[in-house]
Each structure stands twice: as C-alpha cells, then as structure tokens.
Ligand binder design. Structure first.
Ligand SMILES: C[S@@+](CC[C@H](N)C(=O)[O-])C[C@H]1O[C@@H](n2cnc3c(N)ncnc32)[C@H](O)[C@@H]1O
Length: 242
C-alpha cells in the first residue's frame, strides 16, 4: 500500500499531516460532509450502528470519532455509553460542543488518543466503531490490531469506509465527481485545497472488499458481514473478535 499524505511534505509523518489537516478543516467538516455526500452519510451511519442492535447495553468505543456524529448516533440508537477518541483536538472540540448542546455529557465522553496506541486495557469494550477513519491511519494494521485488542472476546467491530464503485457506468460518473467536482467544492468551502485532493487519492489507494477483510482477519477479528452501500461508494465491514 503506497502512503498518500494530505500535504505531501518532506520529513513530516502521515499522522502529523492528518492531525494538522483535520485541525484545519474542523469548523467546516460537518457542513462539507453533508453537502458533498448529499446527506447520504447519515443513512450510512444509521446502517453501521444498526448492526450492533443485538448487543445489550454495550460500552462502545467510537474510534476516529472526529466531530462525534457516529458516537451520538450510537448513543441514540442503542441507548449506550460511548467513548469517542481522535487524534485531532479541534475535531474533538466540535464533538464536545455537540454533546453539550444535546445534554449527553453523562453518556458520551471524548478523549484525544491515537488508534495505533490506545490508552485502554485489553478487553475494555463490547463494540468498536469507526467511520471514515481507518483510511487515514498511518499504520493500518497497527490501528486495526489496537482496536481489536481493546475489544472483549466475542465483541464486534463495525467499520464504515469509502470503497471503489465497480459497476459501469456508475463508476465512471462517480469518478468524475470524486476526482474533479468534490476537490473543487471541498477546497472552496474548507479553504484547504489539499484536504479535498487527499480524499479521493487516499480512497483510490486504500484496500476495499475482500482485501480489507484480510487486514481485519490479520488483526484478530473474523469478518462477519460486508455491506456495500450506494452502489459501492462506501462499505461497512463487521468483524468479531476471536
Ligand atoms: C474523515 S474524519 C471522520 C470523522 C468521523 N468518524 C465521521 O464519521 O465524520 C477522520 C478522523 O480520523 C482521525 N484520525 C486519523 N488517524 C487517526 C489515528 N491514528 N487515531 C485517531 N484518530 C485518527 C482524524 O483526526 C479525523 O478526525
């Protein structure tokens, strides 16, 4: 897997560039998310959390929680406690404001943490969720094995990530949008052109489908379900800790 970095600067690690990029776009992140996906991301998040409905009062870790949308959705749909963790202090600041505005402080807390080195004991959580996070990890395998480490045996990991549509002519139309319209619009609104050039580049080089499941298996989670969303623009991977 080649490493794609947001700013492609010499001597700066992917992790440091990713943190800087999300700190920079945090105030406009939610607006752009809903705008660029025409709101479909809300449906994708609902489907992801829906897969955890069988768990009774779980403790959930929402990794790469960003501005907290998936963590809030998990609490709303499952009535559970959630810890959201992320590298970017500015993204977490937006998440905190949303949690406070909704009066959810006793159910959802957020913490600055790196998925590749988590400050939690083995087997702490019933479920781990991640939306659009794993593609940004500097070391995917380390990030996945840390998330599996903090899961209880039998616990579930639900990962929502962009994938590559394969069906003609949807693929071709989508690629036009993804490679040209999205970077232009994203750059304009976020004022960070590199961030929205990085998005399609990072998706193109990232493993999807069966290839991604192999990484999950290597990390110690058995793939249980794979759900292709919106003609393959995104995929949910559900795994279970062995
Ligand atoms: C595209 S945002 C997704 C945010 C949120 N999950 C959502 O669905 O809107 C990706 C997030 O991953 C975080 N991230 C990237 N690498 C990380 C790492 N190694 N550990 C923790 N968070 C990370 C970034 O800071 C950013 O907030």
């Amino acid at each position: 897997m080649t490493t794609v970095k947001p700013y492609d600067l010499k001597g700066e690690s992917k992790k440091s560039e990713v943190r800087r990029m999300f700190n920079s776009i945090a105030p406009r992140y939610d607006l752009l998310n809903h705008l660029l996906s025409a709101g479909i991301d809300r449906y994708w998040r609902r489907r992801t959390i829906g897969l955890l409905r069988g768990l009774a009062n779980p403790l959930v870790l929402d990794m790469a929680t960003g501005t907290g949308d998936l963590a809030i959705k998990a609490h709303k749909m499952l009535g559970c406690r959630v810890i959201g963790a992320d590298l970017s202090a500015q993204m977490l600041e937006v998440a905190r404001q949303k949690i406070d505005e909704r009066g959810l402080q006793q159910y959802i807390s957020v913490v600055e943490a790196d998925s590749e080195n988590l400050p939690f004991a083995d087997g702490s959580f019933d479920a781990v969720t991640v939306a659009f996070g794993v593609r940004n990890y500097e070391n995917l395998d380390k990030g996945l094995s840390e998330m599996v480490r903090v899961l209880k045996p039998g616990g579930l990991i639900a990962i929502l990530e962009f994938s590559k549509p394969r069906v003609f002519p949807f693929r071709q139309l989508y690629m036009l949008y993804f490679r040209h319209v999205l970077p232009a619009l994203g750059g304009l609104v976020s004022k960070d052109k590199s961030a929205y050039r990085y998005l399609p580049q990072s998706v193109m080089q990232f493993p999807d489908g069966r290839e991604f499941e192999q990484h999950l298996e290597q990390a110690g989670a058995r793939p249980v379900r794979r759900i292709s969303l919106t003609c393959g623009i995104a995929t949910i991977y559900l795994g279970q800790k062995q």
